[in-house]
Design a protein around this ligand. Structure first.
Ligand code: URA
Length: 254
């Protein structure tokens, strides 16, 4: 890989800024100043420093954000603030995107990454990775909801039936429900509850796979996650374990 490309991928420098820094002699490769931007480096083998600071090579970046309400799940927007705008300057690596979409008023677990393959794996229905939502409803939960979700709710799109995959449902309180989906259709949770005659008043994604949104992460905050945590997102957890956890959590925290 070219040295300037390595630098712009691993730091917030643009390709042009990286080239300028290299020409100014600010970059060393294995301890020797390298002034040629097109010099070839091996990110796995070579030790590269910028301004005397070693650069830890990371092929991909993974940020777990607690998405706040009122922020758009998009890379950029002319009018509205996006989730990428919430990243600190030093984390705005090229190629980052939000993996999956949360509505503007939905809060919770959002992965921001530049790893397209991982994102695809996480979102593709055949990977079966569960996304867990807590929905606060307008009307009390009815006893038939769990069976309806388990059977697969049929939505309507432009007058055509759009069947959903079976989903796991558990009541958390009279009007609060936990739902696990294995796919991501447009406004899916809201439309599923609407199909049952109810209405979602608040929605939050609380977990993906076996990785819960950490309780300490406030809306608008995010954290770098490790490779092990990334793998945890792809793991399965029995729904009964997850629902017991959230039922107890809400009993104690309201
Ligand atoms: N389902 C919805 O209705 N909205 C979201 O933001 C996510 C899932």
């Amino acid at each position: 890989m070219r040295l300037d490309r390595f630098l712009s991928g691993q730091t917030t420098l643009s390709r042009k800024e990286a080239q300028a820094a290299i020409r100014r002699g600010e970059v060393t490769v294995n301890g020797t100043v390298q002034r040629k931007p097109d010099c070839s480096v091996d990110p796995d083998e070579d030790h590269i420093s910028l301004g005397g600071k070693p650069i830890e090579y990371q092929k991909f970046h993974y940020f777990l954000m607690h998405k706040p309400a009122g922020v758009l799940t998009a890379c950029s927007d002319r009018k509205q603030q996006t989730v990428l705008d919430l990243l600190a300057e030093e984390h705005r690596f090229p190629g980052l995107f939000p993996s999956g979409r949360l509505d503007i008023d939905t809060t919770g677990f959002l992965l921001i990454t530049d790893d397209g393959a991982l994102s695809h794996k996480m979102l593709a229905p055949r990977s079966h990775v569960a996304k867990y939502y807590i929905a606060t409803l307008r009307d009390p939960i009815e006893s038939y909801y769990a069976a309806a979700f388990a059977e697969g709710i049929t939505l309507e799109t432009h007058g055509e039936p759009e069947p959903c995959l079976p989903a796991d449902f558990a009541p958390v309180s009279e009007k609060v429900a936990l739902l696990a989906l294995h796919e991501g259709k447009y406004h899916q949770v809201k439309r599923m509850f609407a199909a049952l005659g109810n209405h979602v008043e608040q929605l939050s994604r609380v977990q993906i796979g076996a990785l819960p949104l950490p309780a300490h992460l406030q809306p608008g905050q995010y954290m770098v996650i490790s490779e092990a945590e990334v793998q945890q997102m792809l793991c399965e957890t029995p729904f009964s374990e997850v629902s017991t956890y959230y039922q107890q959590f809400f009993r104690h925290n309201g």
